[in-house]
Design a protein around this ligand. Structure first.
Ligand SMILES: [Zn+2]
Length: 264
């Protein structure tokens, strides 16, 4: 795994072209595992790190939301607590019977459901570190972030994403913008999104600009007669010049345009 700070490591995987990370954060009493990637085997490096570094700490596995590239490795942690927002177990079950072809079949080991859930916030207080799990709907109904207050570090799941976020919650725009404004209140210095490099807090503004910009532009285009599949709105128009958009994210952007067209 790649070491990000003294107590934080990230493990990278590839989810159908999307670079995706799972992370481990050690606090004095606990080892937090944030997301479990696409298969239980993807968690082997995480299990090795825990064996080498976690000592007596209690392992807490967190699912930032129900999407397959965040929970399909859950079976790597039998008997351990898996924590998620309260909508997450129902959404994992719904996804297990979906006909949506973009959702891969579950691994043969199955996907154990979260065992501990919460509504708005769950806090773990250790001597030198307080960890808040905060419900941040917008990308999905059950999205959460993990905020380490002393480290000023935020694991964002898919609530924040680089170079651009992907829309997955119906009528989620307003709630997502509200979530982003709440995140700006947190004294965060480093953000680790599930997709994209570790970044500064400018990522929050960049995602807010993208989301509001896309919905506004799509609403204007629809009003002037543009059809669902002929929206000529390149991603670059909604992004900073520093954001390089590869084919995978051009596709994600086109998906976002269609998604927004259905909602505005
Ligand atoms: Zn997601």
């Amino acid at each position: 795994m790649d070491q990000l700070t003294t107590d934080v490591w990230v493990q990278s995987g590839d989810a159908g072209g999307f670079p995706t990370v799972s992370a481990v954060a050690l606090t004095p009493a606990r080892a937090f595992v944030i997301d479990t990637l696409m298969r239980p085997q993807d968690m082997d490096p995480v299990l090795e790190l825990l064996a080498a570094r976690a000592g007596e700490r209690r392992t807490v596995v967190v699912n930032t939301h129900h999407h397959w590239d965040h929970v399909y490795g859950n079976a790597a942690f039998p008997g351990l607590d898996i924590v998620a927002q309260s909508a997450c177990p129902r959404l994992i079950l719904q996804h297990s019977t979906t006909t949506d072809e973009s959702v891969p079949l579950q691994p043969p080991e199955g996907v154990p459901l979260p065992t501990i859930t919460f509504g708005d916030r769950l806090t773990y207080s250790d001597e030198d570190e307080t960890v808040h799990l905060i419900h941040t709907p917008g990308h999905s109904e059950d999205s959460l972030v993990v905020f380490l207050t002393a480290a000023r570090l935020l694991f964002a799941g898919d609530t924040l994403e680089w170079p651009l976020p992907t829309f997955a919650q119906r009528d989620g725009k307003d709630v997502w913008i509200h979530t982003l404004r709440q995140l700006k209140q947190l004294p965060v210095e480093v953000i680790v999104p599930s997709h994209g490099p570790a970044m500064g807090r400018a990522l929050i503004d960049a995602n807010e600009r993208y989301i509001s910009g896309v919905y506004e532009a799509v609403a204007a285009a629809k009003k002037s007669g543009a059809g669902r599949n002929d929206l000529d709105l390149p991603a670059a128009a909604f992004l900073d010049a520093s954001a390089a958009v590869d084919d995978v994210y051009e596709d994600a952007h086109r998906g976002n345009l269609v998604w927004a067209w259905d909602e505005v």
